[in-house]
Design a protein around this ligand. Structure first.
Ligand SMILES: [Ca+2]
Ligand SMILES: [Ca+2]
Ligand SMILES: [Ca+2]
Ligand SMILES: [Ca+2]
Length: 587
């Protein structure tokens, strides 16, 4: 795990030079932030304190006043412990549990939340049942538990959830990845679900960590890729002693054999066929933790990036004939900056540099920098160091991740949900710790990110796992839901200075309301922003499928091009800001 490897940035700048450069950037950022936000009503009520902003060397960088997230978990009704089901035995599976997924379960246009739930494991007993949860959103970002959403049907040890409308009825469905047997829940359209796992033939067993819905063969039906980790089970559990010689610690994953992922083809009649072997979508046994389906090379077919723990990542290129070729080595995404296997956990995907191509950022173990692979069209370049991603992330162990436009200014920032796997972390070193803070790295617009140390709540220090992104209260700003092992989730309300925005709520011609891969390009003041409907990403769950554009001060999008997966293109002009546009692909 690359313990203690030396690390230097490649910029060659001295620390003071970097401070001075940062100060110059900070002043520019402060001014541009005002330009972005001053037209909004919110900005008029709360004018930016420019006098504070231009203090370049203060602890709070100038841009800080423009971005802020508030912990509203209690007010939102999301205070509950998402237990890992353990009792101090440190069963191997506990360390990866659990995430959450955004799903508009009852079709009212407001993003709801599903939390998979681990079960009491091994010898562990709980005096109350541990059940998975669906919370419905009242439209103002307040949530109410929907106790009968699953008609009493429970899951095995739930870890992750993937949302996708696999039957094209316009209602998003739910695949829950578990230790044990995975479950497919079909959404009846009213926020209640039926268990269709057996009929569908997607009852994968073993130790699954996630799944991605995407249509790999272009037949208009979302197929299912299931991630699995290793062959650990209660039967072959090996106790690993804690460093203090008293308790148990989590084991190094290397003591268990890695596992095989699965690809299921959607037959269109509610059933699926396991095409893992003939598709080549799981070429070797690996420890997969997250994945994203994106057309990375722009050939019109969805490829898969899979983050693998302690092994090379996959870049599964879609050959267009039902098969995949792993091009991770050739395209430069198999390994990290260290040149060897990294502990790749979660991932963020997005066009952070306005190249029109989707890049990938992968979270890693502590003392390994998170890796930003810039998509250069046919190959990727590790830009972790020059973009400023490597240095601040080096001490942390990350799971959930995402690119999102936190300030509505048309730039994708980076969010990381951090938390170690060993409760004994920090015993020998000052860093890392078991409980960690999350991180927000702001995109400065010049291919460089700067960590903002003031935007996130100071007391949110937990063993974080999942992170999902959605505008839960409909104010146009993307909020973040972060889960934590054996702890409360955290709902981070985006209180950043408001600017203009646009959401696209897309349905393809087949009726699918989660049309993974649809590519949207907005032209704003001559600048083109590319956003795609993401399949997968982050860790432990999926985010809102609606496409978000931050418009800054622009009151309209000059041109909005929607490229559907069918190849059809739709163009809208002069689209006014600050609305959710429902768009359906023409037949
Ligand atoms: Ca459906
Ligand atoms: Ca398909
Ligand atoms: Ca492709
Ligand atoms: Ca919001």
């Amino acid at each position: 795990m690359n313990e203690g490897h030396p690390f230097r940035t490649s910029s060659g700048q001295s620390y003071m030079n970097r401070i001075a450069a940062f100060a110059r950037l900070a002043v520019v950022a402060a001014l541009s932030a005002c330009v972005a936000g001053c037209n909004s009503a919110r900005a008029r009520r709360n004018p930016l304190p420019l006098a504070v902003n231009v203090r370049p060397l203060s602890a709070a960088p100038a841009i800080a006043s423009n971005v802020r997230f508030t912990d509203i978990t209690d007010q939102a009704g999301l205070s509950f412990i998402q237990s890992h089901g353990g009792c101090g035995m440190r069963y191997f599976v506990e360390q990866v549990a659990a995430g959450a997924a955004v799903i508009d379960a009852n079709g009212d246009g407001f993003p709801d939340l599903y939390f998979p739930q681990p079960k009491p494991i091994g010898v562990c007993k709980y005096p109350y049942p541990l059940k998975h949860r669906l919370f419905l959103n009242d439209g103002h970002g307040r949530f109410r538990l929907s106790p009968n959403a699953f008609g009493g049907i429970d899951t095995d040890y739930g870890i992750s959830a993937a949302v996708g409308d696999y039957d094209n009825d316009g209602h998003p469905d739910l695949y829950v990845s578990c230790y044990g047997q995975n479950k497919l829940f079909h959404n009846r359209g009213d926020g209640t679900f039926e268990d269709v796992t057996q009929k569908a033939g997607v009852a994968v067993g073993g130790f699954s960590t996630g799944a991605v819905w995407f249509d790999y063969d272009g037949d208009g039906l979302l197929d299912l890729y299931v991630l699995r980790y290793c062959d650990w089970s209660l039967k072959n559990d090996i106790p690993c002693p804690a460093p203090d010689g008293k308790g148990r610690d989590v084991c190094n994953p290397r003591i268990y054999d890695p596992s095989t992922n699965k690809l299921f083809h959607n037959n269109g009649n509610g059933t699926f066929t396991d095409v893992t072997a003939k598709s080549g979508a799981a070429p070797e046994k690996r420890r997969s933790l997250s994945a994203a389906a994106v057309d990375f090379d722009g050939d019109g077919r969805l490829d898969l990036f899979v983050a693998n723990d302690l092994g090379p990542n996959y870049l599964l290129h879609n050959n267009g004939d039902g098969t995949f070729s792993d091009q991770a080595m050739q395209q430069g995404v198999a390994f990290g900056i260290t040149g060897g296997n990294q502990a790749n956990m979660g991932l963020a995907v997005g066009d952070y540099n306005d190249s029109g191509r989707t890049s990938v950022c992968v979270t890693t173990f502590s003392k390994e920098p998170y890796t930003l692979y810039r998509n250069d069209g046919g190959f990727f370049t590790d830009v972790s160091a020059p973009t400023g991603v490597a240095q601040p992330t080096l001490p942390f162990l990350g799971f959930g991740a995402g690119f999102f436009d936190s300030r509505n200014i048309g730039r994708l920032d980076l969010f990381f949900a951090n938390g170690h796997v060993s409760p004994y972390a920090g015993m020998k070193d000052r860093l890392p710790r078991y409980k960690e803070r999350n991180q927000l790295l702001l995109n400065e617009g010049n291919a460089h990110f700067t960590e903002n140390l003031t935007a996130l709540p100071k007391n949110d220090v937990k063993v974080h796992r999942g992170a999902c992104f959605a505008d839960f209260d409909g104010d146009g700003r993307i909020d973040v839901l972060v889960t934590a092992t054996n702890d409360n989730p955290t709902l981070l309300h985006n209180d950043s200075t408001n600017a203009n925005w646009l959401f696209l709520d897309l349905t393809d011609k087949h009726g699918c309301c989660t049309p993974v891969g649809t590519r949207c390009v907005a032209t704003i003041n001559g600048r083109k922003l590319t956003r795609v409907v993401l399949g997968g990403g982050s860790y432990g769950g999926s985010s809102d499928y609606r496409v978000h554009f931050g418009l800054g001060k622009a009151s309209a999008v000059e041109k909005l091009e929607v490229q559907w997966m069918s190849g059809a293109k739709q163009t809208l002009t002069n689209v006014p800001a600050n609305q959710v546009i429902k768009l359906k692909e023409a037949h």
